[in-house]
Design a protein around this ligand. Structure first.
Ligand code: NAD
Length: 478
């Protein structure tokens, strides 16, 4: 018996949650339910997070959280509960299956059956942004090895449990060699542990174009946060059935399962809402906790119901659908089909009986790291890099000399092009000769000399080698 936390949410939430629970319990789910209140009422009672402290305790204790959609009141500084839950509970993996239900739900992609697995915690979403000069702002893109290992392993384990054949990785590592490069490298490393699964990597731009055009060539796709945020919506939309999709947010300790749609307040309380999205979330939950036989039984009964043309109003189509049912009646129809399998749609078949194998990240031994230079960023309103170089050369040291100046990453000194457009944000790279180690006092000396010369330094970035390998990008054109 697995204890789970349930929140019935707002709008259509209570109706679709009741229907979902009725179906999975009828199928034999071995769960014990502990209910908490989250959402609108909690927000309006003055709690800007939409969740009380005691409810956090319940979620953390039970670890598995099935959540109906909630209404975030407009204005008033209310924080999205989804974002808060993801961040506080370290839910690093967002999983969104996107499968066509052709010919029952119309789509341009009848054979599409993909799962987007999106890294959920890092990348450009760390929210570390600064204005540095009059003209330039920055956002730090942070990618960590534990972040990559956890998400990539999750993708392969997911593929194994769901009997999927291929995992594809999307990155832009031809440009971002360090950050996306690490994601790709970890994908290659961990992929070796799964010889039975086909692996491939696509550069995100062409990969995304292919996914939108011929999604049937993909199976499971794993990617960093920003790309995943965008492409999971594209993928859900092109199945033609956003309202039928569920999603899982998985962490090392806790997980949250839900529908991808919102609380649809306009149809609340009318026994009209389609419970399928939340039911899909619940099926992922059952798989996650190892009750794969029940998950399979529910999924097949649901597919059979859709295939029989038994539909709620939102997906009802004259000529294809046979019966238009309300939320409760739809749930009853699915329950009646428990034990049956679809005949046209592909029946679900999940690996039997085990939860996913997701070992905790173990930190590796530290690498041999040497400081070999520094990038000093300078705010300067001039346009001729040769003038800036002459001034910067006055602050270089014998063992730490100015090697290059870039503007927005493009080398403008030495040998820059006069055509290159320059902003007021310049990176001056000081590197030791032959990449010998330098020390941090050298950097402090350069910065103090800059103060004396009235050079406006805005930040520094240390240049390191790890295990003797240069571990920073070169300037474009360097
Ligand atoms: P929505 O997803 O609630 O509704 C969009 C459209 O889809 C509406 O026409 C609605 O009637 C229809 N729809 C959605 N789910 C349906 C279902 N199960 N059956 C039949 N029709 C369905 O999006 P919205 O209107 O932009 O947002 C409403 C509220 O939901 C907002 O307060 C928003 O903040 C919240 N929201 C919550 C979540 C969540 O909790 N995960 C996600 C998205 C939006």
């Amino acid at each position: 018996m697995q204890k789970i936390t349930v929140a019935k949410g707002d709008g259509i939430g209570p109706e679709i949650m009741d229907a979902t629970l009725e179906i999975i319990l009828a199928a034999g789910a071995k769960i014990e339910i502990e209910e908490i209140e989250v959402g609108e009422k909690v927000y309006l009672a003055g709690n800007t997070a939409g969740i009380a402290k005691e409810s956090w305790d319940v979620i953390r204790r039970n670890k598995i959280f099935l959540k109906a959609p909630i209404t975030t009141p407009q204005g008033g500084g209310y924080k999205s509960l989804n974002v808060t839950t993801r961040k506080f509970l370290g839910l690093y993996s967002n999983v969104r299956p996107c499968s066509s239900l052709h010919p029952y739900i119309s789509t341009k992609h009848p054979k599409m059956d993909i799962v987007i697995i999106r890294e959920n915690e890092e990348d450009l979403y760390a929210g570390i942004e600064h204005q540095q000069t009059d003209e330039v702002v920055q956002c730090l893109k942070l990618i960590s090895r534990p972040g990559c290992e956890k998400i990539v392993r999750y993708a392969f384990e997911y593929a194994k449990q769901y009997g999927r054949k291929k995992v594809t990785c999307f990155t832009k590592d031809n440009i971002m060699k360090q950050t996306d490069g690490l994601f790709h490298k970890v994908f290659d490393e961990i992929g070796l542990e799964y010889p039975e699964i086909e692996k491939e990597h696509w550069i995100i731009d062409i990969g995304a174009a292919k996914m939108a055009d011929t999604p049937e060539i993909f199976d499971v796709i794993v990617m960093p946060n920003l790309y995943g945020d965008i492409l999971s919506d594209v993928a859900a939309q092109i199945t033609g059935s956003v309202g039928l999709a569920g999603s899982a947010n998985i962490g090392e300790e806790c997980s949250m399962f839900e529908a991808i749609h919102g609380s649809a307040p306009r149809i609340a309380g009318q026994n009209k809402a389609n419970p399928s999205g939340l039911l899909q979330g619940a099926i992922m939950m059952l798989n996650h906790i190892g009750q794969t036989d029940i998950a399979e039984k529910v999924q097949n009964a649901w597919l059979k119901t859709i295939e029989d043309g038994i539909h709620t109003y939102d997906v009802f189509k004259e000529g294809i659908s046979k019966e238009k049912l309300g939320t409760k009646e739809f749930a009853k129809a699915v329950i009646k089909n428990l034990g049956a399998k679809p005949t046209t749609l592909k029946a679900a078949s999940y690996a039997k009986g085990t939860a996913l194998n997701l070992p905790k990240y173990v930190r590796k031994a530290p690498q041999n790291k040497e400081l070999v230079g520094v990038d000093v960023f300078v705010h300067w309103a001039g346009t001729d890099a040769n003038i800036l170089a002459a001034s910067i050369k006055q602050i270089e040291l014998q063992n730490l000399q100015l090697k290059m100046i870039t503007n927005r990453g493009i080398k403008v000194w030495p040998d820059g092009f006069k055509e290159t457009f320059c902003t007021d944000h310049w990176r001056c790279r000081f590197q030791s000769t032959e990449n010998n180690s330098i020390n941090k006092e050298n950097i402090i000396t350069i910065l103090s000399k800059a103060i004396e010369k009235n050079i406006d330094t805005i930040k520094t970035e240390n240049l390191y080698t790890f295990e003797g390998k240069l571990s920073f990008s070169l300037g474009q054109g360097q």
